[in-house]
Design a protein around this ligand. Sequence first.
Ligand code: NAP
Length: 266
Amino acid sequence: MDLGIAGKWALVGGASKGLGWGCARALALEGVNVVMVARGAEVLDKAVDDLRAETGGKVKLIAVAQDITTPAGREAIWNVAGGPGKDYDIVVTNAGGPPPGDFRDWDRDAWIKAIDGNMLTPIELIKATVDGMAARGFGRIVNITSSAVKAPIDVLGLSNGARSGLTGFVAGASRSKIAGQGVTINNLLPGKFDTDRIRATLPAMAQKQGKTVEEMRAIQQAQIPAGRYGNPQEFGAICAFLCSQHAAYMTGQNVLADGGAYPGSF
Ligand code: NAP
């Protein structure tokens, strides 16, 4: 299927590895020019070089090594040489998730950091780009959130709270005037994907349950109807579809990609 987005410009946060990388790759393979953001320059530059080789140099790929959650980082993104300024056709909002823990230990600073990264940053990115998209008659925003929005995980309270705030905002903003101007805003909710994020959280979970990391991994995978973790490539393919011409009549949705783990009807 031709997604009909070749030649467009996408901004993808957290794009040096994991789910953001999966989205950047899928879009680039569809002929989309991508500005890829992450803080660590070395890993990001390698990801961009590898993708340049994979796409045979057919699309423009620009690395911006910045913290997307800061005003200075976003200013650098808008001003990057060779980029489209704020005239993006596609924006995939993503950065690292907040740390796990016990809500009794989180002070105001911990909450502000989580809300900044997982709620206010996506809102700032939407605010900066959405009116230009509407004026040009095409726009796709995909926020990478979490299945924890639908089925909260106790140790991820910072994530549950901050991302739920974003979800409420998107439910309203996506249905505003921009819905009639070719702009869609959807959230893509990962369940368990085999990325560094899950590799970083597994040891703590294993220790809590008195299991080895490998035992914990097997237990988690057995709880997923698909019998495995997802991979960034298949996550990216769903993201690219949401960004396609074909997804024009789909907005304000929370799309789960979790191998069937969420047990509800809706
Ligand atoms: P990952 O493999 O750890 O990758 C995170 C990416 O984001 C990296 O490229 C990282 O690079 C970048 N990043 C982190 N903080 C950033 C910042 N402030 N500014 C710019 N880039 C930043 O994580 P992932 O698994 O892809 O997860 C992506 C998102 O999905 C996270 O919010 C995570 O909580 C959420 N999620 C993941 C899963 C899962 O199973 N993997 C499940 C539910 C939700 P640098 O560190 O170099 O900046």
